[in-house]
Design a protein around this ligand. Structure first.
Ligand SMILES: Nc1nc2c(ncn2[C@@H]2O[C@H](COP(=O)(O)OP(=O)(O)OP(=O)(O)O)[C@@H](O)[C@H]2O)c(=O)[nH]1
Ligand SMILES: [Mg+2]
Length: 381
């Protein structure tokens, strides 16, 4: 005789940390979207003012002693110290999570310093972590780019998968007259779409199920990663849809043929054909490293607004950076401390003044955007 056991809700808990001004903007944007109860959004900042306007219910002010409620002044060392000061709270939040997404901008103080530190805590606690970070616009200056690169290098040593969104791509790929706020909105939306895909995939039981361990297996291929979502409309080419999901033009250019793993979530109505399902697998195998581990899940959604919707995360794309063993979170890397001691004050006034007039409607932005401090002073919003 068998008896079905009562099952408690044991869907994985997904925590999304938005760190610094950029990270909090993303979290504010995500707060407007309905995720299921297993997703927790957490705004993390040194800057009290930015947290005060955040619409996220879980907010963590880090480094109260270190920055006295101000930002980290584009000094990553301060962001690092702030995270270290608040390690007990960070640790508690991470312990409660099964999967962690961490997002923010590299090049400022808080995100650049705190994100690698937080990733090191997650690593120590053995929690899978995907970092989604921006790199600065070229006009923000070489020094800022250098700080961003150093932060990114440090992050690569701590995080499982690192997805990079170069802000310069926003200028290249989007309408030249787009407002700064709308451009940020587009970049932050990539994480929004993928989160939606990941939560649907992992927390619902699909026809072909993907569970937490599948996710961990793919994510643990350390390195750069890409992610994306694409829809196939009637009469559209399925292969093209797969390419669209894999090659979002706002992501950094990576060599997909070296990707060592991919997780693919397919949503389709009940008419999906076996040949379509096969084609997705085959196309991915052709695009990635031949030895790549590809896990494909399928969820039947009867009222889908397209033929097929795909969410892909491809991982394990090598970079030239050397991986080093994790540092104990209690003994910060001296090397990192030294690298983050200098910073220049950013001056992009001239650039912003040279921008074309805003012509794109931004009325969909119902939340307060934390415009980076440099432009806040100029009252650009
Ligand atoms: N794509 C995108 N990039 C952003 C956004 N906000 C800021 N940035 C970028 O992120 C970088 C870091 O800026 P912030 O996130 O404001 O810096 P911070 O981490 O708060 O650092 P401090 O203010 O110095 O403590 C900037 O140089 C911008 O390139 C955003 O909403 N979207
Ligand atoms: Mg800030």
């Amino acid at each position: 005789m068998f008896e079905l056991l009562n099952q408690t809700n044991n869907s994985p808990r997904i925590s999304v940390f938005g760190v610094g001004g950029c990270g909090c903007n993303t979290i504010n944007q995500l707060s407007q979207v309905a995720f299921n109860d297993n997703v927790q959004l957490i705004a993390v900042n040194t800057d009290y003012q930015s947290l005060a306007i955040s619409q996220c219910s879980t907010r963590l002010q880090i480094g109260i002693e270190t920055t006295k409620g101000l930002g980290a002044g584009a000094i990553p060392q301060k962001g690092y110290d702030a995270a270290q000061e608040s390690e007990p709270e960070i640790r508690e939040l991470i312990k409660l999570s099964d999967i962690i997404f961490i997002t923010g901008g590299m090049g400022g103080g808080t995100g650049t310093g705190a994100i690698p530190y937080m990733a090191s805590v997650a690593r120590e606690l053995n929690k899978p972590l995907v970092a989604v970070v921006t790199t600065p616009f070229g006009f923000e200056g070489n020094k800022r780019m250098q700080l961003a690169n150093t932060g990114l290098e440090e992050l690569m040593q701590q995080a499982d998968a690192v997805i990079v969104l170069p802000n310069d791509k926003l200028g290249q790929m989007l309408d030249k007259k787009i407002t700064l706020v709308n451009a940020f909105f587009e970049s932050n939306r990539i994480l929004q779409d993928v989160l939606k895909g990941v939560t649907t995939t992992i927390s619902q039981s699909g026809l072909v199920n993907i569970d937490l361990n599948d996710f961990i297996s793919v994510i643990s291929h350390q390195g750069r990663a890409v992610m994306g979502v694409a829809k196939q409309m009637p009469n559209e080419d399925l292969q093209q849809t797969i390419c669209n999901a894999l090659k979002n033009p706002l992501l950094e250019d990576v060599d997909l043929t070296q990707a060592k793993g991919a997780i693919v979530s397919i949503m389709a109505n009940e008419n999906i054909e076996l040949s379509q399902y096969n084609k997705i697998g085959e196309t991915l195998h052709h695009q990635l490293d031949p030895s790549a581990m590809v896990i494909i899940g399928l969820t039947i959604v009867p009222d889908l607004d397209c033929e097929i919707e795909l969410m892909v995360i491809a991982t394990g794309i090598p970079t030239t950076e050397r991986k080093v063993p994790i540092q104990s979170t209690m003994t910060p890397s001296l090397e990192l401390k030294e690298r983050f001691t200098e910073s220049e004050i950013l001056n992009i006034h001239e650039f912003l003044n040279a921008q074309p007039n805003n012509s794109v409607d931004d009325s969909h932005l119902e939340y307060n955007y934390d415009i980076p401090t440099y432009s806040r002073q100029l009252n650009i919003n």
